[in-house]
Design a protein around this ligand. Sequence first.
Ligand SMILES: Cc1cc2nc3c(=O)[nH]c(=O)nc-3n(C[C@H](O)[C@H](O)[C@H](O)COP(=O)(O)O)c2cc1C
Length: 345
Amino acid sequence: MTTIANLREFEALARARLSPAAYAYYAGGSWDELTLRDNEAAFARHRLLPRVLVDVAKVDPTTSVLGQPVALPVGFAPAASQGLAHGEAEVIPARVAANRGLVYCLSTFSNRALEDVAAVGRGVRWFQLYVQKDRGRSEDMVRRAATAGYSAILLTVDLPTAGYREREIREPLAEGGSLPNIGSADSYRGSNVALIDESLSWTDLPWLRGLSNLPIVIKGILDPADAARAVEHGATGIIVSNHGGRQLDRAPASIDALDRVVDAVAGRAEVYLDGGVRRGTDIVTALALGARAVFIGRPYLYALAAAGEAGILRCVEILEAELRTAMKLLGAPTVAGLTRDRVLG
Ligand SMILES: Cc1cc2nc3c(=O)[nH]c(=O)nc-3n(C[C@H](O)[C@H](O)[C@H](O)COP(=O)(O)O)c2cc1C
């Protein structure tokens, strides 16, 4: 693992170990995969303006999310069916996240039960909710998550139905593993999405808020007006996300949508970002444009498939090393120093 120098290198290693269908499921985007590619390309279009002669002898990449301290402004995004990558599935990245002080977001469609994942030990964990057509199941999951010590409900709102994903048509997944959070054994992945309530709307937010005392973070917002609306409906956090280019193709890259959302939210909630984050320089760009923290998706899935726990640890080690170096060279030794004027354009 020590010869792996950056997050992109995990993909080829993972591909060699995953079945073609599992790789297609992890890697794919929707339609022409324009948004998938643009998530990374848009980061590459941003330029960083270094400030010199700043004392960077000590660099502090710690921050907090929703009032809880984290070691790095990077967490693991929710991703379904991690059993495709490793027998222990979600437990491994959740354990690494807990040990390293990072946020772990557990998907509704995880292969390990939310209680098993919570059993890895103390850590900042958010439960990602896809509201089910069977509202009773959703209510049950939220209550279980609260009991098991999850500290937020992460409501994903950009998947009333799955995007048109051609790789999954060509290489269909026969089996996505059991879905213990929703109490269904051995479901086919293709049918998971059919469980999601397409009628979910803003009017359901009071219902969700009433299910627990947990803060609500809304994931999958790109439109600043939606961001403002989310805040008005009680969201304490927003994840600017296009679901890793898996939903509406031609939606903007996350980093291109960020600053308008930050302006619309105007400090009333924390704003996070996912999609295309691969480098420490990506992290500083997002933070400078107003994100409180960022999340990674595919890189840790690939690291898990490539080398299990050692892979995930290496993934975190690389991101931390890159982030510390980028902060030093930018002349911003704390996350508070990552201000908008560090990004050109
Ligand atoms: C294989 C896979 C499964 C995913 N499953 C979920 C999920 O269950 N819930 C969810 O909110 N987002 C899900 N996502 C989206 C991620 O949370 C995240 O938005 C995206 O992966 C970030 O982009 P990146 O992969 O470029 O880092 C999934 C993404 C992938 C690649």
